[in-house]
Design a protein around this ligand. Structure first.
Ligand SMILES: Cc1cc2nc3c(=O)[nH]c(=O)nc-3n(C[C@H](O)[C@H](O)[C@H](O)COP(=O)(O)OP(=O)(O)OC[C@H]3O[C@@H](n4cnc5c(N)ncnc54)[C@H](O)[C@@H]3O)c2cc1C
Ligand code: FES
Length: 258
């Protein structure tokens, strides 16, 4: 489906915790066709600085609005954080290939690291609508970095043990993969985490879809700015072939620069 390009009015833009904002935008066309794992390109408002729009996962889509959950890391996100209700932003979406979700007799495990939690509420909602209640495994460095309202009933791991299990979220996944019954894994987070998730799933012969990040310019498959190496040679565009990929297609030894 052709993505919509529009001026979307901000319905709210609230700081959920220090440096992390939840922005809701009125965008009925995007909300109607959005699928979990897809993203939108948002153009920060100040003319040519920064010049390029910024990609954000669709955190939720309902009742004519889409929301994004974003961390302030640089100029673009800094500008977004200063905006308020009623202001308008240039938005394009929905873009990319989302998580392939289907009915069936399987146990979905959603694995998120840090801001990788952003696309998970929308995915969890759609899976639940198909009768597949997912288990969410969520990891971050410390309790202070946890996102979301009681983090969606997730099983939590923190590097320092300040909340949930001490250690990496991949430790929780190893246990999940040992349980009986067929499982499918959907993951989003930093490259190193996704690489390990991919390895564990391949060992257990469990299907695994990963959502990747890369620097983006056009967001439409035209500039090759977001290329990652495929395992069979050649490059894949994160924006148009992904951002969600079957984890077996990625050359995990070639991390793209951010
Ligand atoms: C498909 C996709 C979905 C994304 N979804 C989300 C989301 O839901 N929430 C969210 O907070 N962010 C998300 N990001 C990352 C987000 O796009 C960047 O954080 C944002 O573009 C930074 O813009 P900036 O102008 O604030 O920072 P810049 O000035 O461009 O960069 C500032 C610093 O952030 C680093 N940086 C830039 N882009 C990224 C990136 N993609 N990942 C990690 N570090 C980066 C730079 O290396 C630099 O050190 C997503 C990225 C992609 C490709
Ligand atoms: S950002 Fe241009 S091809 Fe992906």
């Amino acid at each position: 489906m052709t993505p919509s390009r529009l001026q979307a009015r901000i319905l709210s833009n609230r700081e959920k915790k220090k440096g992390v904002f939840l922005m809701e935008l009125k965008a009925p066309g995007i909300a109607r066709s959005a699928r979990p794992g897809q993203f939108i390109m948002v153009r920060p408002p100040h003319g040519s600085d920064p010049l390029l729009p910024r990609p954000f996962s669709i955190h939720d889509a309902r009742d004519g609005s889409v929301s994004i959950l974003y961390r302030v890391v640089g100029r673009g996100t800094e500008q977004l954080s200063g905006l308020g209700k009623g202001q308008a932003l240039a938005v394009t979406g929905p873009l990319g290939r989302g998580f392939p979700i289907r009915a069936g007799n399987y146990r979905p495990a959603l694995v998120a690291g840090g801001m990788g939690l952003a696309p998970m509420p929308f995915l969890a909602k759609k899976l639940a609508a198909l009768g597949r209640i997912p288990k969410i495994l969520y990891g971050c460095r410390t309790k202070g970095e946890l996102l979301g309202p009681s983090t969606l009933g997730a099983v939590i791991a923190t590097d320092d043990g300040s909340c949930g299990r001490r250690g990496l979220v991949t430790g929780l996944l190893e246990e999940e993969l040992c349980r009986a019954g067929s499982c499918r894994v959907f993951a989003c987070g930093p490259w190193a985490m996704l690489r390990q998730v991919s390895l564990l799933c391949q060992k257990s012969q469990v299907p695994c879809q990963v959502s990747l990040e890369a620097r983006m310019a056009c967001g439409l498959g035209a500039c090759q700015g977001c290329a990652v190496r495929g395992v069979h040679g050649g490059y894949l565009s994160v924006c148009s072939d992904g951002p969600v990929f079957d984890s077996r297609l990625i050359d995990w030894e070639q991390e793209p620069p951010l």
